[in-house]
Design a protein around this ligand. Structure first.
Ligand code: GBH
Length: 456
């Protein structure tokens, strides 16, 4: 199974999950510092204070990436390192860190992919309303410009937001993520302001000569329980309506405005039932509809739903009244997430049909398992099987004609898994948090061989 010649192979991380050094070199506070230091929010009281200490160890980490033959590395920039208050004054020491990281990557022959926002909003902006406040979108575009001005001579590939659905609906809807607010109207308003921030930043990046501008979404095929193991299973009318509505809330809510400049009716209806639509101003959709080169897809598992007459909306899903979120009949990872590899090909084929003019890239895919270190090795056969299964589906999608540019594994390193803390390990490289020792798991050596062979 051979992949296209220019297929991009790499790994992804995010600033708050790996960097540590939260008080160093003038970094301001982010909402994740506040949230993780508030008891009860993160498993075992874990915080990102030290994480993988990547801020100090990035040279070794890049050397490791090189040994693993990664062609690309997607990392995020911590906004509070660049603008400690989220606007105005620029912190040169923060920019200098990413400058060093980019140079180190380029010297190692690894193509950098920058994500400008992977959830660590400056706390000072949250104090003014965070993403519920329209101004945050404009602040984000200014920040994007600052980072591009410094790194754009060497970095061609730019993602604006990582998973705006998660920022809006876990951050402001069910409160499982920072800033931990729980209000369906605020969540929907935040989603719109995130999109506006994306559009404003995307245009600034494009006007500044960025090579490729990307929006990264967490997406999933939305399936009935029967469709998980039988793609041809026909849903009842009621179940099909639930499927369509959840697909609109998860994926179309972000990609329809970004690619076509319009909201799905289901999203407008959700806003009408939750605080109204006044935050969607005339002209916003045209701003959000900025030129886009690539859609980044983060895929972990399908979303399984059926009709649930009379049920209230799930707090993470305003607009999901009458929907039951169901379990998939499939084995699960340590996160409890079902393993359904062909969900990835089904998703990629659907998105390539719905958003024809835009290229796709798998910007995250991977799994947490309960890894064990034995005699200096981690025999993570479960992760190898997960990655192998999903890469076969990536290949299937390419064969089916999907314009798919690359695949980035989540994640390079075990890291701070948000509300789950350090107990969930997604890395292909094991991290011993007591010593900060890195130990490539069997999956890392397996992945290196895939990359070298450009195939399975
Ligand atoms: C990604 O998000 C992140 O980008 C990354 O930082 C993170 O470490 C990685 O995945 C692993 O978690 O059914 O309502 O509970 C994960 C995307 C989307 C997965 C929401 C869990 C649950 C939605 N997540 N999904 S719900």
């Amino acid at each position: 199974m051979i992949f296209p010649e220019d297929f991009v192979w790499g790994a992804a991380t995010a600033s708050y999950q790996i960097e540590g050094a939260v008080k160093e070199d003038g970094r301001g506070q982010s909402i994740w510092d506040t949230f993780s230091h508030t008891p009860g929010n993160v498993a075992d009281g874990d915080t990102g204070d030290v994480a993988c200490d990547h801020y100090h160890r990035f040279r070794d980490d890049v050397a490791l990436m090189r040994e693993l033959r990664l062609g690309a590395y997607r990392f995020s920039v911590a906004w509070p390192r660049i603008q400690p208050d989220g606007h105005g004054a620029i912190n040169p020491r923060g920019l200098a860190f990413y400058d060093r990281l980019v140079d180190e990557l380029l010297a190692a022959g690894i193509t950098p992919y920058i994500t400008l926002y992977h959830w660590d909003l400056p706390q000072a902006l949250e104090d003014r309303g965070g993403w519920t406040d329209r101004d945050t979108a404009y602040r984000f575009a200014d920040y994007a410009q600052v980072v591009h001005d410094r790194l754009g001579d060497r970095v061609r590939n730019w993602a604006t937001l990582n998973e705006p659905w998660v920022s809006a609906f876990l951050g402001y809807g069910n409160g499982v993520h920072a800033p931990g607010r729980r209000d369906p109207a605020e969540a929907l308003r935040s989603a719109h302001h995130l999109l506006l921030g994306h559009g404003l930043a995307a245009r600034r990046l494009r006007d500044s000569g960025a090579g490729a501008v990307m929006l990264v979404v967490n997406s999933a095929p939305v399936l009935t329980p029967a469709q998980v193991n039988d793609p041809s299973a026909v849903a009842s009318e009621e179940d099909a309506a639930a499927v369509d509505r959840v697909h609109a809330l998860l994926t179309r809510q972000f990609l329809d405005p970004a690619v076509y400049g319009r909201y799905p009716d289901e999203v407008v209806a959700a806003a009408e039932r939750n605080g109204g639509t006044a935050h969607i101003r005339d002209g916003d959709l045209a701003l959000i509809n900025a030129p886009l080169d690539l859609i980044g897809i983060n895929y972990y598992n399908p979303c399984v739903v059926e009709a649930g007459p009379g049920l209230p909306a799930d707090p993470a899903w305003p607009g999901s009244e009458g929907v039951r979120f169901a379990e998939a009949d499939a084995p699960t990872t340590a996160m409890g997430w079902p393993i359904v590899p062909d969900g990835l090909s089904r998703l990629l084929i659907r998105l390539s049909q719905d958003y024809k003019q835009v290229g796709l890239m798998v910007t995250e895919n991977g799994a947490a398992f309960d890894d064990v270190v034995e005699n200096g090795r981690v025999h993570d056969d479960d992760r190898v099987a997960y990655l192998d299964g999903h890469l076969r589906e990536v290949h299937r999608a390419i064969e089916a004609g999907v314009d798919l540019r690359g695949y980035l594994v989540w994640s390079l390193l075990d890291n701070f898994e948000w509300a789950e803390g350090y107990r969930r390990r997604f890395g292909i490289v094991h991290v011993d948090y007591a010593t900060q020792e890195r130990l490539p798991k069997d999956s890392a050596f397996w992945y290196r061989d895939v990359i070298v062979r450009n195939g399975l």
